[in-house]
Ligand binder design. Sequence first.
Ligand SMILES: Cc1ncc(COP(=O)(O)O)c(C=O)c1O
Length: 344
Amino acid sequence: MSPSPSDHPISLPVASRLDALLIEGSFRVGAEARALERQGRDIIHLEYGEPDFPTPPHIVEAAVKALREGATKYAPPPGIPDLRAALAEYARARGVAATPEEIIVTSGAKPMLQYAVLAVVNPGDEVLVPDPGFPIYPSLVRLAGGVPRVYPIVRQGGDYALDADALAAAVTPATRAVFLNTPHNPTGWVASAPELAAVADLARARGLWVITDEIYDGLTYTGAGLPSIASLPGLREGTIVIDGFSKRYAMTGFRLGFGIVPRALTEQVTALLINNTSCAPPFVQRAGFSTVDIRLAGRNLFTQTDYTGIDPESNLGGATSSRGNEYFNNPQSRSVVLSFAFNR
Ligand SMILES: Cc1ncc(COP(=O)(O)O)c(C=O)c1O
């Protein structure tokens, strides 16, 4: 009888790159919380960065309609033309010069984060990542053979801030790229105009790629859209913007994200995507396209989107802020990203 895979000795060597991987503790805690739920315990979930209201019905209907209409085969790898055109319009409304060809649609924001790293980081290159920060950034850098170096997001009064001097001091001749994440997971920090300018100045002066994760853009209470660093003079060609539908539209399970990629990288990033998923599912892209306010950059999506039957104030703890994102750091918020779950 031939041996089954489970008969293999566990000492078979595995690739050393697996040592580089970090996971989000939130997924582990989520699994443990769900196991407790299966035992009948009542759990309040606070693990993931996930709005606590359902996906708006018009988005679900758009996916169902697309499925019924046969959007069930491969799509063009970088995305369906309508969606790419709408996203380019959205980018331009935020001041980011982008054509539809520079929009790459991915299965969630995370694959685009990985493509960005694979596209610009060589083995041995150093990449600056925020601390505290999303654990996937250093994980992806290591997976690509790079070396993550942290820069601090610091507590300042009742708020958080970039320590621009510490960021500059972290740059070495080996530094290739800097990750920016604003609004920031986990602190809720929103980069001010001077802070964005400080990162931009550094990137220009030291020739760094900027990988800017803007997945939480739009989750503001002021109604004002947040500027992207890619809209600052001279930054567009050296910046990869990562964005997506997961948080803004409560679509975490749909797996739909996108990158605004410099023209010089679009073919290679598309090649990475083809090597991975081939395309994001077309019916999911059609659902994304149905989020009509994608074209209305600068609007407060939580209060201006017609989330039928949902009171955004009550869902987000009634938080208000003159400065922007309080999604995470308002203690009353029910939609906070924290790596634990309450047992009620
Ligand atoms: C900062 C940040 N970037 C990216 C992601 C991943 O987004 P997606 O679910 O669209 O892959 C998350 C999810 O928690 C996040 O917090």
